[in-house]
Write a protein that binds this ligand. Structure first.
Ligand SMILES: [Zn+2]
Length: 299
């Protein structure tokens, strides 16, 4: 698709992980290379025709990907905060460099960081006893990661699933810490029903807003009430449902999106990360998303 509207993914992609290999390598004192899992995810995205791919976040649940490598965090069942949170060096940079090697030149890459609010809500805090202070330290650390990634990706995405449950009054400030002065465009993803925080979302210092318009079609009305020039990443296939949407069904969903957002739609994506689907279903959904996008916007 050479046109302006591009297909993309939100975050995680399911791959078949060989647990036996991990146990064997672990008992031999070796580490398993994740490259083949990253390659499986990326190859599927490319085979489906996706324009802007991610690394598939195959390594870990997306909270742990980041807390595993930040100072002050200790991984237990949930991450515990035991000291001041600080950046200790690149977290996902090597994975993205690897993805860049895998993809054709005309494809693009979105580098993903988990949002500081979502991190602060997901961990067990044994150090700060102050959620705001913790969230800001996460934001400063993630800013370093975004800066490390920006020369290697085409866009930076910040994922804040917890905004739909609890938008803090400092939400905009947190996102601004990460996106300020970045050299590439930015996207904020917040899943769930975000109808009641649309004004706050429209104020966010990012280029693109990404939401679950397929599972939460009431968002069309909620966003329709505001006049905004913010670009939209339209969630167009569900991530919480194994039924593969038909091309025609996705086409009419995109048309509905166009009736609300017009030319402000810049990306088409699944509603959310696809980690909980089987690989086969996830792939079919991406494929139909791409075909529907081509039907509406041309190749
Ligand atoms: Zn999501």
């Amino acid at each position: 698709m050479s046109r302006k509207v591009k297909t993309t993914v939100i975050g995680s992609y399911p791959v078949d992980i060989d647990r036996m290999e991990f146990m064997q390598e672990y008992s031999n004192g070796r580490e398993v290379s994740w490259n083949k899992y990253i390659r499986s995810a990326v190859n599927d995205m490319i085979a489906a025709g996706i324009d802007i791919v991610s690394d598939g976040q195959t390594r870990d649940p997306f909270i742990n990907i980041f807390t595993r490598k930040l100072k002050g965090c200790r991984l237990r069942d949930r991450t515990e905060i035991i000291d001041k949170v600080e950046y200790a060096g690149p977290i996902t940079l090597e994975d993205y460099k690897y993805v860049r090697e895998l993809i054709p030149e005309k494809k693009e890459l979105i580098g993903l960081v988990v949002g500081p609010h979502t991190l602060s809500e997901s961990v067990v805090d044994l150090h700060y006893k102050d959620k705001k202070e913790l969230a800001f330290d996460f934001a400063y650390a993630l800013k370093q990661e975004a800066k490390a990634l920006q020369n290697h990706v085409d866009m930076i995405g910040v994922d804040e699933p917890f905004f739909s449950n609890s938008m803090p009054e400092y939400g905009k400030e947190l996102i601004g810490i990460i996106t300020k002065n970045l050299t590439c465009p930015t996207r904020l993803h917040a899943c769930g029903d975000v109808s009641n925080i649309v004004p706050e979302l429209l104020e966010m210092p990012v280029d693109v807003l990404s939401h679950e318009f397929k599972a939460s079609p009431q968002l069309f009305d909620a966003f329709g009430e505001y006049d905004s020039s913010k670009k939209i990443c339209l969630g167009a296939v569900r991530s919480d449902n194994v039924q593969v949407e038909t091309i025609d069904e996705i086409v009419s969903h995109i048309e509905k999106g166009i009736s609300v957002f017009g030319e402000h739609i810049s990306q088409l994506a699944p509603d959310c990360g696809q980690r909980l689907l089987t690989r086969d279903i996830a792939f079919k959904k991406l494929k139909n998303l791409v075909l529907a996008g081509e039907k509406v916007y041309g190749r």
